[in-house]
Design a protein around this ligand. Sequence first.
Ligand SMILES: Cc1cc2nc3c(=O)[nH]c(=O)nc-3n(C[C@H](O)[C@H](O)[C@H](O)COP(=O)(O)OP(=O)(O)OC[C@H]3O[C@@H](n4cnc5c(N)ncnc54)[C@H](O)[C@@H]3O)c2cc1C
Length: 481
Amino acid sequence: MNEHWDAIIIGAGTAGLPAAIFAAERSDKILVLDVAPEIGGTLHLSSGQMSAAGTRLQKEQGIEDSPELHIEDIMRISKNTADRTVAGLAVNNAAETLDWLETIGFQPLPDHPVKGQAHEPYSLKRYVWGENLGKSILAVLKPVFEKAIGSGRVTLKLNTRVTKLVLDEDGAVTGLAARTGGGAEETYSTSAVLIAAGGYVANGAMYKELSGHPAYGDHSYPYCVGDGLNLGLSAGGTAQGHENYLTSFGVVMQSYDVPSKVRCRQIHWPERRMPWEIYVNAHGKRFIREDEPSVDVREHTIQEQPDLRHWIMFDSVTLQEAPPLFADFGADDIKTAAENGEPMFYVADTVEDLADKAGLPVDVVVQTVADYNAAQSRGSDSFGRQNMPRGISEAPFYTIRSQAMSVSSTVGLKVNESLEVIRDDESTITGLYGAGESLGQGAMMGSSFCGGMLVTPALTFGRLLGQRLLPIGDAARAAAE
Ligand SMILES: Cc1cc2nc3c(=O)[nH]c(=O)nc-3n(C[C@H](O)[C@H](O)[C@H](O)COP(=O)(O)OP(=O)(O)OC[C@H]3O[C@@H](n4cnc5c(N)ncnc54)[C@H](O)[C@@H]3O)c2cc1C
């Protein structure tokens, strides 16, 4: 083996960067390995929305909040499916993380904090992000991390993929193996490894195996292919969260390929835009009141539909008169895309032809539209929809295929309250720690999306590990001797 390191951090991303920054205050032998050619991980792509209770920002604005209220909100939103211990550890320490980020230059948007945005809202304003989303966080972490490298306390190796953990006969971690960009295999000795290698969304096969659904969206960091979870499992760790898979609602893909980039995003939040359209599933049937107020209900309902899809159906009057259905994609764009036969967009002079073109069962769709038109005339429908401004009656008729997808990994390594990776029998794997999406989103938010509960925990766990949980520095060395 090469020289001995106090700790090795796998991944220079959201969790790995703060871990290295703080670990450098206790040790000058910190090694950070990343398979990518640059640091930052998913922060390059993430919306970077964070939630924390009891922050300086909240206090300045007179918002009385506490970690207790935050965790109660998470348990309410997740219907008690989040892991109270692990999510609680994140929440209890989140304010300090956000305050620290601000001291190194992070600036939330001027009107923040807010209660929510895309996800089920919190009961209090504790949600922030910066102008450049995830990149706003990376922009302030990067100089501090580079300073730690400059001081010689942290060593960074990019283009280096960790392929194996090395264990002793008792199952404790003693090092790891990694493959460099040139293809050489190197081994490194350490008694503390932090898995901060992100999730597995960029690994289509693994995603499908663990969630039961394809990874429809091509929006995850390409280097997050599940190595973190696989490395942890290879050392005896256990995976959790399979039951918590959840998809978000309503994007239109650029192509029929899987994965594909998103072309436009449906404004499906009734508080922002009341729907004029109906939604039908692959059976040609409506499945929800389109103005369902809870985004969590919409997400769970779309998850029960074939291929996580719906078709948004409307007529020419709605196209022209309704408020914009998508952000940055107007009525003329929809019309042109449909007339040109571009993927996901369909137009026809009759409802029959429309269903046929979209590959939907014609007779069922005709009946669904007739039933909706009758309900709209009556002013009530069987789903309890409140907002029905008009029926679907004026040719040409339109439909757009909308896809549900997720950009994060549900399943992850099980850890204890010290962030040590644990086995099925809850025993710890000595020297192995985890943080970030390698722990899975299910632990933080169960079968729901709770705003900011991936980025903030990743940063927070990285910070805690660097500050105190990783057994490094003089005290740890003395204890080991
Ligand atoms: C489009 C998008 C929007 C999002 N928006 C939000 C949001 O607003 N709020 C929120 O809370 N969450 C959000 N998320 C999720 C959140 O950003 C991620 O869960 C979080 O950033 C992951 O942090 P991480 O440290 O676990 O992984 P990353 O930041 O991805 O870091 C992992 C690092 O490990 C490296 N790596 C992987 N395998 C290896 C290996 N074998 N050897 C060496 N290095 C390796 C990778 O190259 C990467 O640099 C979003 C995600 C996406 C994709």
